[in-house]
Design a protein around this ligand. Structure first.
Ligand code: TXA
Ligand code: ATP
Ligand code: FE2
Length: 538
């Protein structure tokens, strides 16, 4: 099977030929380079109209060259050089997507072959899965306009966590525009960081979600205040990539997986890859990053996923093939993978390795220790371990006083970042989830919020069940706040973790929300809807 892929969501006018028999991928890309500033949608679209026909022609010539001359002469019928045309339907810049969509439709009609509509973000992660041979990896997409961590469950890629504002590459590019460097900024930051030293910058992780707006403003300010730009670049990389590595580790821990793949243009960064590889090695997981030509936007990944979709019969009539600039990866019904729902290891062990800490489990007491993470800069690592240990001890006790079941705190050792807790529950909610327990969670979060406490990480692994109670544990990312947005983020984190770990997540989510509604504030649920509807492709 030979598939022609076409990509043009923003800057890369690209066409590719994938031959599923030989596994060979030919890619022809013509990149748009803005003369000044960032990507201008109109200029990018002009680049697409100009370059897409050219890259397609080069690729078709490559395909035609491969067809045996005998094949062509022995048949009076015209032989198409490819078996299907696959194109990026979104997400991306509307004007660019429309040009690429039109070209792909015209080509599928003139060659008389099926059309395959590919989600660009799913292509970024599938190329890693295909090339690594991994079975069911957690996927970290670190691209220009996006940043998210996904896991497959029940026929869809579930978004376990994502940026709450800009994509990671765009955040870096905005900083480099501020210091007057040309687009794209990522490689220049990587270069400058080699001579830098660490300065303190914000670090924001909420469950498996994260935000870049605070750190980007602080980085611009630091340069304006006279800090050496190399130091700011170094520290930006240290914090931003540690945030991505931390959420990837949280996703591995929550979903019990031991494989991670990386995708997207920021994946070219050696420091990001180093951190991810180190984190995986330390938790006994495998890590795979595709070769550079498959990381930055390219039509190769579109052709490879197009072949999988074609084999599954997942083609699209021209009439239904409109592009979608907000096409989310979790909207895609995954036709090319089995519907396997992974069972979790539900037996209770003596030692549990969470994403952050090692927990020694005794019959009456447990000891949680935040051991150093060598992938993080030592200054950042020491700050996070100390702050989180202090807050966890304080909030666990405050929550208890507010009437929420939490473990008793017996002892805190700040020097070792260790806490001794009462052993609570018989299993994690992830392994024993029921509608009644999820209702308990709604009530408990309502009580916490009424008392000004944000949990910060209420996933199905941070809730423990016994026959008659549901306990809330792991307040390490918690804080005090009276902001409705912070409360709504708690609900959002819980809802993403349900989607990533439960089979009947939609029904459980309804039970959760109705009990939160009784105990909490309607404005928080309204804000949750706002968060869910937020367009994140900036
Ligand atoms: C929707 C689609 O158009 C978009 N594509 C996209 O953003 O291009 P991509 O090739 O995945 O990523 C480009 C980004 O990747 C960054 N980048 C490239 N090399 C880098 C490096 N060595 N270090 C850090 N960032 C790097 C660039 O600065 C730029 O922001 C996306 O996937 O979000
Ligand atoms: N007080 C407790 N009683 C019983 N089990 C506990 C207790 N505290 C932790 N555990 C067990 O240890 C696991 C990891 O604990 P915890 O979530 O606090 O660590 P973590 O490293 O912060 O994890 P993550 O960041 O992945 O949520 C829990 O999912 C639970 O199974
Ligand atoms: Fe991309």
């Amino acid at each position: 099977m030979r598939i022609l892929g076409v990509e043009g969501t923003a800057w890369a006018a690209s066409a590719a030929l994938f031959d599923s028999e030989t596994d060979a991928v030919f890619i022809e890309t013509d990149a748009y380079q803005p003369e000044s500033g960032g990507i201008h949608p109109r200029e990018a679209a002009e680049h697409m109209s100009d370059a897409i026909p050219r890259v397609i022609e080069t690729t078709l010539n490559e395909a035609a060259g491969d067809i045996d001359a005998d094949d062509r002469s022995s048949s009076s019928k015209r032989v198409s050089p490819v078996d299907a045309v696959a194109f990026s339907r979104g997400p991306g810049l509307g004007p660019c997507l429309r040009i690429v969509g039109t070209a792909a439709r015209a080509l599928s009609q003139s060659l008389d072959v099926p059309l395959v509509g590919v989600n660009h973000m799913v292509a970024h992660l599938e190329i890693g899965r295909q090339r690594s041979g991994f079975d069911s990896p957690v996927c970290l997409n670190a691209s220009g306009a996006n940043a998210h961590v996904l896991g497959y469950r029940n026929g869809r890629y579930r978004v376990l966590g994502e940026t709450m504002d800009t994509g990671v590459g765009n955040a870096i590019d905005k900083f480099t525009r501020h210091v007057g460097w040309s687009h794209p900024g990522g490689p220049k930051v990587e270069q400058a960081a080699k001579d830098g030293e660490y300065i303190d910058l914000p670090y924001v992780v909420k469950g498996m979600d994260f935000s870049f707006s605070g750190i980007m403003s602080a980085a611009k300010q630091a340069v304006d205040d006279g800090h050496a730009v190399e130091d700011v670049c170094f520290s930006l990389q240290e914090n931003i990539f540690a945030m991505l590595t931390e959420v990837a580790e949280r996703a591995l821990s929550l979903t019990d997986r031991d494989e991670l793949v990386l995708g997207g243009g920021v994946g070219n960064n050696a420091r990001l890859r180093e951190m991810l590889a180190e984190m995986c090695e330390q938790r006994g997981a495998e890590f795979y990053a595709p070769e550079p030509r498959f990381l930055s936007d390219n039509a190769g990944m579109i052709a490879v996923l197009g072949a999988e979709m074609l084999a599954a019969g997942d083609t699209i009539p021209v009439a239904d093939s409109a592009v979608d600039s907000n096409f989310r990866p979790d909207q895609v019904s995954v036709t090319w993978r089995g519907r396997e729902a992974d069972a979790f290891r539900s037996d209770e062990a003596d030692e549990v390795r969470g994403a952050e800490a090692t927990v020694d489990i005794g019959p009456e007491r447990v000891e949680k220790c935040r051991t150093p993470k060598s992938y993080r800069h030592p200054t950042l690592d020491a700050t996070l371990r100390k702050e989180r240990t202090t807050l966890e001890a304080r909030l666990t006790s405050d929550a208890r006083r507010a009437g929420v079941p939490t473990p008793v705190v017996y002892d805190v050792d700040l020097a070792e970042s260790a806490i001794e807790f009462e052993h609570v529950g018989d299993a994690d909610l992830r392994d024993e989830v029921t509608a009644d327990r999820v209702r308990d969670v709604g009530r408990h979060l309502g009580t916490l919020h009424r008392n000004g406490i944000v949990h910060g990480d209420p996933t199905t692994r941070n809730l423990r069940c016994s026959a008659d109670r549901t306990y809330v544990i792991d307040f390490g990312l918690g804080y005090y706040s009276d902001d409705v947005e912070d409360y709504a983020m708690d609900l959002h984190v819980f809802s993403q973790s349900l989607a990533g770990t439960a089979d009947d997540a939609a029904e459980l989510q309804r039970a959760f929300e109705s009990s939160y509604e009784e105990a909490g504030d309607d404005a928080v649920l309204d804000q949750l809807r706002e968060i869910e509807g937020r367009g994140r492709y900036q």
